[in-house]
Design a protein around this ligand. Structure first.
Ligand code: ZN
Length: 339
């Protein structure tokens, strides 16, 4: 991700892009499905809402952070990232998820690079897809030993632990969950858009690849929500609202986080995010929310983004909140489908 640096036109572009689905809705042929209207109730759980799957363990997530950092800096097309990939996919398999790895080649400002996205799937009763995702590579630095404890080790760790909890449920979920680990989110040049172009940016390589595959497989219309995690483990965790994210989805997560007692974490201040892996999905009309602490994380893209800056407690807050939000998201989507 990048900090917004006045690239107003880019955000304006994204704003326009995010309006497209609404325009499509105005004259839908087979455009993106209508957006659910969020009605958050604090009353007891409605009968047709699935129970919340609890059990997120912050210490287990912290173990995943340590494991990644032990591999060292993990930029794309490196042996350290290959080890990380093996670790992630073996963990997902051990939780009973169907794991697939998609290898692909990209042209970057630093030449040809081999990349790979990892997907762990929990098949559901329906083909409706809810994606929960994080990038898993660290930003490439020639002269800095960058281990990315918070960016992205904590979001990878939180996603793995969510996978373990969801994988432990015997009943088939109503929807299909996919946990997606994107390669190549970070720019190879210093700044997010120092290199590349609008059509071929030097960032979000893995998420753009994944969206292209969803389109190819005609799965875009079934892809009803993306929950993106990025930098979610800072000891002083505070998550502002990313203005690019889809409001109904963001509202459910923010309301649920507060219901769980994390009012100081899920705040209303805006978290300007210049760009992240949810963008390619928003451009295709897929509803997406980015949970990210960027502007108030002083160690962003610095050598001291190290393990002493992150905490199991913060990852548990995010993990619990995402898990408790899923039944409400599923309920709203199924209500929409019935109408
Ligand atoms: Zn990141």
């Amino acid at each position: 991700m990048s900090k917004p640096n006045g690239r107003g036109n880019r955000i304006a572009l994204v704003a326009i892009a995010s309006l497209l689905p609404v325009l499509f809705a105005a004259c839908p042929k087979n455009g993106p499905p209508p957006r659910p209207r969020a009605t958050i109730s604090t009353s007891p759980r409605p009968a047709d809402r699935s129970p919340v799957v609890a059990g997120f363990n912050g210490e287990r997530a912290m173990d995943h952070v340590r494991k990644q950092i032990d591999f060292g800096p993990r930029p794309p097309d490196s042996p350290q990232l290959a080890k990380t990939r093996d670790y992630i996919s073996s963990q997902l398999k051990s939780y009973g998820l169907n794991v697939s790895i998609d290898e692909f080649n990209v042209t970057t400002p630093l030449g040809e690079k081999k990349m790979a996205n990892i997907v762990g799937e929990i098949p559901g009763e329906t083909k409706t897809l809810i994606l929960i995702a994080s990038h898993y590579e660290t930003k490439y630095y020639k002269d800095m030993h960058f281990v990315g404890a918070n960016d992205p080790a904590t979001s990878v760790a939180t996603l793995l632990e969510i996978g373990r909890v969801l994988g432990s449920v015997k009943e088939k979920p109503k929807v299909t969950y996919r946990l997606v680990f994107f390669d190549g989110e970070e720019a190879f040049c210093e700044g997010w858009s120092d290199c590349g172009s609008e059509d071929d940016p030097d960032n979000t390589y893995g998420s753009r690849r994944y969206v292209a595959q969803l389109r190819e497989r005609n799965e875009l219309a079934n892809t009803r929500a993306l929950i993106l995690l990025d930098m979610v483990g800072y000891k002083n965790l505070e998550l502002g609202r990313d203005p690019m994210s889809t409001r109904w989805l963001q509202d459910i997560i923010w309301e649920t986080g507060r219901e769980l007692g994390h009012r100081k974490v899920f705040v209303d201040r805006e978290e300007g995010v210049g760009g992240d892996d949810h963008e390619p999905f928003l451009r295709e009309g897929v509803d997406a929310v980015d949970l990210i602490q960027l502007n108030s994380y002083p160690y962003w893209h610095k050598a001291d983004d190290t393990i002493d800056k992150v905490s199991p407690k913060s990852m548990k807050i995010v993990g619990d909140t995402v898990l408790a939000s899923l039944p409400k998201i599923v309920e709203l989507l199924s209500k929409e489908q019935k109408e």
